[in-house]
Design a protein around this ligand. Structure first.
Ligand code: ATP
Ligand code: LTN
Length: 339
């Protein structure tokens, strides 16, 4: 009897920085997709803590943020049985390949990165080399796992383009070594806007805490933040050009309830913004409740968390070491010293 091997699943790599509060924007725009992708693809996920130190961190806070972000992502549905989910600094191949890729990346290319320009303005007192070389570390993250697809938001697209260029350059100088990664654009990709200025994206570094909802916000805070959300003076819950605030609330409500825009417009026909905002707040609270409960349980279980990230780091190390060894051999480094 003829046996057929099942087609290899495509590899997805993605990461998020443990740089503070994880918001509803991060969750609906990125993390919710991660959890759905785990069925269809071979997913590898990371907390990009090496990227986080491009901005100065207070050691105790940084340590706590990393562990909390790890627990929160598990609570969101990242399944360590299906997808290795590791902490970048615990897998030394990332820093090593990043250095190598720095030598295949041009100063001019990095100077054109808009995130570097934005962050240099924001942190004018600390424009460090790491901030500049951030994209070659990100390229190393992706290329080490021969990722086919990388789910990223619009803000990271330019970095992914650069990762593709670096990979193609290396392959061209030597021989095919890296898979050229494609961006993964989710079918229902959500871009969640600030509740205070709905023309700007909801961002955890926004100084006004009313602009974002954190995944761990208490129900009362969620209700208050939605109550204060900026809408318009026209009234009427409908999705239309120029109604950025209402469109954003419809988008959020749709993401957490699964209802379509038409269903939502019908549900609130004849009702005012007050009723609508209360319903959005309630739906978000209901959606976040199981995540918050699971988080509260996981954050108490430090031994389990350690077991998960240790196992994932071992898997990530053995996968990434294969690529790094190939790269080093092609460049002409001597073989590793024997112990
Ligand atoms: P910062 O304010 O520090 O720039 P951020 O909240 O914008 O942080 P990032 O850490 O840059 O978030 O992004 C993490 C992931 O979440 C990325 O994949 C990004 O595309 C996604 N993301 C961030 N904000 C939103 C948003 N408002 N809507 C949808 N996706 C988002
Ligand atoms: N720079 C990304 C986080 C990140 C990442 C990656 C995303 C680091 N390495 C590799 C995708 C693939 C951010 O800040 N959102």
């Amino acid at each position: 009897m003829e046996t057929t091997t099942p087609p290899q699943k495509k590899i997805i790599f993605s990461a998020i920085q443990p740089s503070g509060t994880i918001t509803l924007g991060n969750y609906l725009g990125a993390l919710k997709n991660w959890t759905q992708l785990q069925e269809e693809y071979r997913c590898i996920f990371a907390l990009a803590d090496l990227h986080t130190i491009t901005v100065r961190q207070e050691p105790a806070v940084f340590r706590r943020n990393t562990l909390e972000a790890y627990a929160l992502l598990l609570a969101c549905g990242v399944d360590p049985q299906k997808s290795p989910f590791f902490i970048q600094s615990q897998v030394h191949t990332h820093a090593e390949l990043a250095w190598i890729l720095n030598c295949y990346t041009q100063f001019g290319e990095l100077s054109r990165m808009t995130q570097f320009k934005d962050k240099s303005l924001k942190h004018a007192d600390n424009i460090n080399v790491g901030l500049f070389a951030y994209p070659s570390l990100m390229a190393a993250d992706i290329l080490l796992y021969q990722a086919d697809l990388v789910p990223v938001g619009a803000d990271q697209k330019q970095h992914l383009e650069l990762a593709r260029d670096i990979a193609a350059r290396f392959n061209g100088i030597y021989s095919p070594t890296f898979t050229i990664p494609d961006p993964y654009i989710p079918k229902d990709g959500a871009r969640i806007m600030s509740l205070q200025d709905p023309t700007k994206k909801m961002s955890k570094s926004d100084e006004n805490p009313n602009a974002w909802v954190a995944l761990l916000d208490k129900p009362d805070d969620i209700v208050r933040k939605f109550k204060r959300a900026v809408t318009d003076s026209e009234g009427g819950v409908r999705y239309a050009e120029g109604k950025d605030g209402v469109n954003n609330l419809i988008g959020i409500y749709s993401c957490v309830t699964g209802k379509s825009c038409a269903e939502i417009e019908k549900e609130f026909d004849g009702k005012g913004y007050g009723d609508f905002k209360a319903a959005v707040a309630e739906a978000v609270t209901d959606h976040l409740r199981p995540i918050q409960e699971e988080y509260a349980r996981l954050i108490q279980d430090k031994a389990y968390l350690e077991q998960c990230y240790t196992a994932a780091a071992q898997t990530a190390l053995s996968l990434s070491q294969r690529t790094l060894s190939k790269v080093m051999k092609k460049i002409g480094f001597l073989p590793p010293a024997k112990p």
